[in-house]
Design a protein around this ligand. Structure first.
Ligand SMILES: [Zn+2]
Length: 282
């Protein structure tokens, strides 16, 4: 399949939302003014920043505080970083959520971790998922190689009261309608643009309206850039660093896959983000 969308009229006047990023990541710190400038120039009007561990909660809170109306945030324990959680992590999370508008994230399951923490990982995920239901806050989910268990959990619970977002969704396409019925949304980012990722493109075409968003996952999961386009940032290992300014490129591809216009996709994904994250905006 040719995944390159036809050149579209410029997307300069469109308004986009980044549903999932880690702008607190130290790799981006020296470049943040330029990252924000490029995001604004690309039409990004909303940036959702997800924490990963207690250690980065203050940096995430500071970003939201420094960019009111643009940056919204979630706090939680990412499945990669549960080993160093404090004994008070639950209380710390609850207390932080009481101080400011925020969601819960990034949380989830990852069966590719070569460690002895799988049981802990699921318990930490479920505790945070339960907290998001209790507080009626949206939660942002990570899932890698754990789809049977994740779907078993999500599809056997009542619809989430505030909504869930599975970022970089790589699960089965046929689960998408059932997930939507449980108030679960999915977001697509740089992996959608990878030539070999036919599954993501099938998912992008099939996800029910009202339940998809766009994400950068900055600084990870960068898009495959069109030939000749110079990346904005590269990490120490030479890898391209993802950033919100790439969202319109992913949005153009999503429009192509869904047989619609970039204008329509920008409007839909931004409206979906504003609705899902409404409690984070107040
Ligand atoms: Zn992430």
């Amino acid at each position: 399949m040719n995944i390159a969308p036809p050149p579209l009229p410029n997307t300069k006047n469109l308004v986009w939302a980044d549903a999932h990023s880690h702008l607190q990541d130290p790799r981006l710190a020296p470049h943040l003014p330029q990252v924000f400038a490029r995001a604004r120039a690309a039409g990004l009007a909303l940036l959702h920043v997800d924490a990963t561990s207690e250690a980065d909660w203050p940096a995430v809170a500071a970003l939201a505080g420094a960019h009111p109306g643009l940056v919204i945030c979630s706090f939680g324990l990412h499945p990669w970083f549960i080993r160093n959680r404090s004994s008070r992590w639950r209380e710390n999370l609850r207390e932080l959520l009481a101080t400011r508008p925020a969601g819960i994230g990034e949380i989830g399951l990852d069966a590719r971790m070569a460690d002895d923490l799988d049981a802990d990982r699921e318990a930490v995920f479920l505790a945070q998922l339960d907290l998001s239901c209790e507080l009626a806050l949206p939660a942002s989910l990570h899932c890698r190689d754990a789809w049977p268990r994740m779907l078993d959990i999500l599809l056997n619970r009542p619809p989430h009261p505030a909504g869930l977002l599975i970022h970089a969704y790589s699960g089965p396409a046929d689960a998408l309608p059932a997930l939507a019925a449980k108030n679960v949304h999915v977001s697509f980012g740089g992996t959608l643009t990878r030539p070999k990722n036919a599954r993501a493109r099938e998912n992008a075409a099939k996800v029910p309206a009202g339940h998809f968003l766009l994400e950068s996952d900055a600084p990870d999961l960068p898009p495959t850039l069109p030939v000749g386009r110079t990346p904005h940032l590269a990490g120490g290992d030479g890898q391209i660093l993802s950033e919100p300014a790439y969202i319109p490129q992913t949005g153009q591809l999503l429009a192509h896959l869904r047989g619609t216009t970039a204008l329509d996709i920008a409007a839909q994904t931004t409206a979906n983000a504003r609705r899902l994250f409404a409690k984070l905006l107040t």
